[in-house]
Design a protein around this ligand. Structure first.
Ligand code: PMP
Length: 314
């Protein structure tokens, strides 16, 4: 990390290398934190850094914090303001990733959620790409199952729960794949290690519904809206079986960091003809335009950094 980046921690802006936490910090030992991953997209045309769906991400942070018995010290509107100021102070002129983090900050022994102090930090950094996969992703179904909501809250973006993702991702990569697809405890397709998943069959898009222990992704919601509103496609949320991955015409995954990535193969079964399918292609192309402010209809999803206001609807 670049220590000279400006970050927000303990209620003020400071340098990244000034903001330290102690070795006994509760969240470091017990996974008692929750976070977000927000993307900012630079538009050369507008000389503007657009933060994508910032409110949605901060609403999810508030929801995750509530589940962890935390109180976020700011409203969603205040967090939006702090984040635009943070990006502006860093004078970013390229794509960025913003990582807000709420964490239990007591430095003492004792696992619990109650009676522990909470702290907020927001780090923003230049960001290029999460996957380098123009040829699509080579995926495997993980031996690890997606955390069940009876074990830990699947719909909260909790730091400790990411051991589930880390186990699956490393297993996949060390076995020669790009990404893992996790099944839920009951054996249905849930999601990738840090992405939601979609399949296409005969022109209809299917994606696991909220009861499949998915993290309800902001990008997932965006793609569902765009598919229906711009292309008149039907999106069905339902349980998906593992073998449907093998027979789908298209499979793609979505996430703030990942964007939309098409899946080339699942466990050695080539998806379609192994190239990006027509629905993934038109959604990915549209998504790229939307996030950089090229479509006025969707300016409501963008927050300007330098204009420091919502992108003006034209
Ligand atoms: N599932 C998991 C486990 C994730 O970490 C992410 C990334 N936040 C997603 C799904 C996709 O969510 P989003 O589109 O909001 O980034």
């Amino acid at each position: 990390m670049d220590g000279s980046l400006t970050i927000y921690a303990n209620g003020r802006f400071c340098r990244y290398d000034e903001a330290k936490i102690g070795l006994m910090t509760h969240a470091l030992h017990y996974g008692t934190g929750c976070f977000e991953g927000v993307r900012g997209f630079w538009s050369t045309r507008d000389e503007e850094l657009y933060l994508f769906q910032l409110e949605d991400h901060y609403e999810r942070l508030h929801a995750s914090a509530k589940i962890l018995m935390m109180k976020v010290p700011h409203t969603v509107a205040e967090l939006v303001k702090i984040t635009t100021e943070l990006c502006a102070r860093n004078n970013f002129r390229g794509d960025v990733y913003v990582r807000p983090l709420m964490y239990k900050s007591n430095e003492e022994i004792g696992v619990r959620l109650h009676d522990v102090r909470d702290a907020l930090a927001i780090v923003a950094m230049p960001f290029d790409r999460y996957f380098d996969a123009t040829a699509g992703l080579n995926c495997t179904v993980s031996a690890w199952r997606r955390i069940d909501d009876t074990t830990a809250p699947a719909r909260a973006k909790v730091t400790g729960v990411y051991i589930n993702s880390a186990l699956a991702k490393s297993e996949a990569v060390l076995n020669g794949y790009d990404e893992a697809i996790l099944l839920s405890a009951d054996g249905h397709v849930s999601e990738g290690s840090a992405e939601n998943i979609f399949i296409v069959k005969k022109g209809v898009i299917y994606t696991p519904d909220a009861s499949q222990n998915i993290l309800e992704g902001c990008t997932r919601k965006t793609l569902m809206t765009l598919a229906e509103a711009e292309f008149g496609l039907t999106v069905v949320e339902r349980a998906i079986d593992r073998s449907e991955l093998f027979t789908a015409d298209e499979v793609f995954i979505s996430g703030s960091a990942a964007g939309l990535q098409f899946v080339r193969a699942v466990d050695h079964r080539v998806v379609g003809d192994g190239t990006q399918g027509p629905i993934a292609k038109k959604l990915a192309d549209l998504y790229d335009k939307v996030v950089r402010g090229a479509l006025p209809t969707y300016h409501g999803w963008l927050t300007r950094t330098y204009g420091s206001r919502k992108a003006a609807a034209v």
